[in-house]
Ligand binder design. Structure first.
Ligand SMILES: [Cu+2]
Length: 117
């Protein structure tokens, strides 16, 4: 019967080990990021800087706009923001995109080289 007792102790120790593992390993605290790409109107390097600056708000870890393809790739925390919000931020800086259009007043205030319409 000694062997049985040892096996039971071994099982209990394993279960206890799992429990403490679960407690120190809270899955709700792990943040996952999402990357999405949207079309954003613009012309030049100045536009690039403006678009990326506008997109980099709370929850956005990476924003990169391409002058060549006119696409903005954003990496963000879906718990903090979403692509619609990011699109609105970019539009409020003067750049039309898939999610929102820039206000005419904001657009007219852009430097001449940046006016894409
Ligand atoms: Cu520009």
């Amino acid at each position: 019967m000694k062997a049985v007792r040892i096996i039971i102790i071994a099982i209990l120790a394993t279960v206890a080990g799992f429990n403490s593992y679960a407690q120190t390993h809270d899955h709700s605290k792990i943040t996952s990021t999402k990357t999405e790409t949207i079309k954003v109107s613009g012309n030049c390097e100045m536009c690039k800087a403006r678009i990326e600056k506008a997109a980099k708000a709370d929850g956005v870890s990476k924003a990169e706009w391409s002058v060549k393809t006119k696409t903005l790739a954003v990496t963000f925390d879906p718990a903090k923001t979403n692509i619609e919000t990011i699109g609105k931020k970019v539009a409020s800086a003067g750049h039309d995109n898939e999610k929102a259009k820039a206000d005419i007043k904001v657009y007219k205030a852009l430097p001449g080289c940046c006016q894409y319409r």
